[in-house]
Each structure stands twice: as structure tokens, then as C-alpha cells.
Design a protein around this ligand. Structure first.
Ligand SMILES: CC(C)(COP(=O)(O)OP(=O)(O)OC[C@H]1O[C@@H](n2cnc3c(N)ncnc32)[C@H](O)[C@@H]1OP(=O)(O)O)[C@@H](O)C(=O)NCCC(=O)NCCS
Length: 182
């Protein structure tokens, strides 16, 4: 059922900025750090699977020793309010990646996460990623719902839920993000 509040918030209106969704250029990757620091402690804990300090975020955002990620963002004005990262592990094949997503507290539950996921999956396919996974705490209902909408299959291990998107399925693009996920 259409949620009238969400619908109203997503329509362009005078005085309200509509989010712009796009991939970040490498020279813009520095913005990730400030976005993650702006998350509330609770949202950060959902994002990282436990509490994290600013110092840990600064180290994480440096990404030292790891391949450059693909980062897509939702900009409201000039500020990056939502992010989806596709991260590669140098010890794993390049056609696999891990997805992580975050939307700042005051912008959650108005559809930004859904738009970011659609963009990230398109970027993943454009970059030859065939298998994408997202790991999250088992009681993270928003992430579970989001992954389900995009056709993830789920497994559980070591206190985390793993959602797996198989991007090579022939019909994936036809149904991903619809009310009829794979
Ligand atoms: C997960 C997250 C990115 C979702 O972003 P969002 O912008 O709120 O997502 P949307 O508004 O597009 O909502 C996606 C779906 O989740 C549902 N949802 C949103 N918040 C929810 C909540 N707290 N509980 C249950 N469902 C929720 C929405 O209703 C929507 O479902 P629908 O399309 O059937 O209505 C956001 O909640 C977040 O940043 N969480 C913290 C970080 C995190 O948990 N990351 C995952 C691990 S990497």
C-alpha cells in the first residue's frame, strides 16, 4: 500500500531538496568519513554490527591496503546523507564484493535506501560483479526488508545474517526492487 507520508516526502516540492543519487568519483571518497561520523551511535552499530568509535571510522574510511571501493551516494544539497559501498577483498575474486549501506537518521524510512540499492546493483552489474553479499545483525528489520526487496537469499552464521544477491540470474533485472522479488 502506498504510504502517503513517504510519497509526499519523495515528491519534489518547493523548499524541499530532492536527493540526487550518483556514484562518487574517487576524489569524493573522503566524504564517506563525515557521513559515517554523522550517524547516531545506534545507526552506526547497525551499520558495523556493533558500537564503533570515531577513530575506528577514520581508519575504516582510509581503506588502507584494500582495493578501491565503488561508492554511490544520496546527496541532499551538497551533503552526502546516504551511502552504499561495494567493497572488494584483495584475497577474493574481483567478481565478488560486499555491500554496506547507511542512511543518516533524519533521512531514514523515506525511500532513500531503496533508491541507493537499485543504483548499487546496477553499478555492480556494470562492473562485472556476479555475487554480492551484505552482512547484518539478525534483528536488523530494515536491512532484511531492503535486501529481500532486491531478491537476496539469506543464511545465518556467527551471529550475523548474510544476504546474497546473485546478479547473474537471467531475470534478475526484471524483478529486483519490485514487489515480486526473486
Ligand atoms: C537499512 C537502511 C539503509 C534502510 O534505509 P532507508 O532509507 O530507511 O530505506 P527505505 O526508506 O528505502 O526503506 C526500505 C524498506 O525498509 C522498511 N523499513 C525502514 N525502516 C524500517 C525499520 N526500522 N523497521 C522495519 N522496516 C523498516 C521500509 O518500510 C521499506 O520497506 P517498504 O518498501 O516495503 O515500505 C537504514 O535503516 C540504515 O541506514 N540503517 C543503519 C545501517 C544498517 O543497518 N546497514 C545495514 C548493514 S551494512
Amino acid at each position: 500500500m502506498t504510504n502517503p507520508v513517504k510519497t509526499a516526502l519523495l515528491q519534489p516540492r518547493h523548499g524541499i531538496l530532492t536527493p540526487i543519487y550518483r556514484e562518487l568519483r574517487p576524489m569524493e571518497h573522503y566524504m564517506l568519513q563525515d557521513h559515517l561520523i554523522r550517524l547516531s551511535p545506534e545507526t552506526r552499530a547497525w551499520r558495523f554490527g556493533g558500537p564503533v568509535s570515531e577513530r575506528i571510522i577514520v581508519n575504516y574510511a582510509r581503506n588502507e591496503g584494500q582495493p578501491m571501493p565503488i561508492i554511490c551516494g544520496a546527496f541532499i544539497g551538497d551533503t552526502l546523507r546516504g551511502v552504499v559501498e561495494l567493497r572488494f577483498d584483495r584475497d577474493k575474486p574481483r567478481h565478488t564484493a560486499e555491500l554496506a549501506i547507511s542512511v543518516e537518521d533524519d533521512w531514514q524510512d523515506i525511500g532513500i535506501g531503496t533508491r541507493l540499492m537499485a543504483l548499487a546493483l546496477r553499478c555492480a552489474r556494470d562492473n562485472g560483479i556476479a555475487r554480492l553479499e551484505v552482512n547484518f545483525l539478525p534483528h536488523n528489520a530494515a536491512m532484511r526488508r531492503l535486501a529481500w526487496k532486491f531478491g537476496a537469499s539469506f543464511s545465518h552464521q556467527t551471529g550475523l545474517t548474510k544476504g546474497i544477491f546473485s546478479l547473474s540470474g537471467r531475470n534478475f533485472a526484471d524483478v529486483a526492487g519490485s514487489k515480486r522479488p526473486q
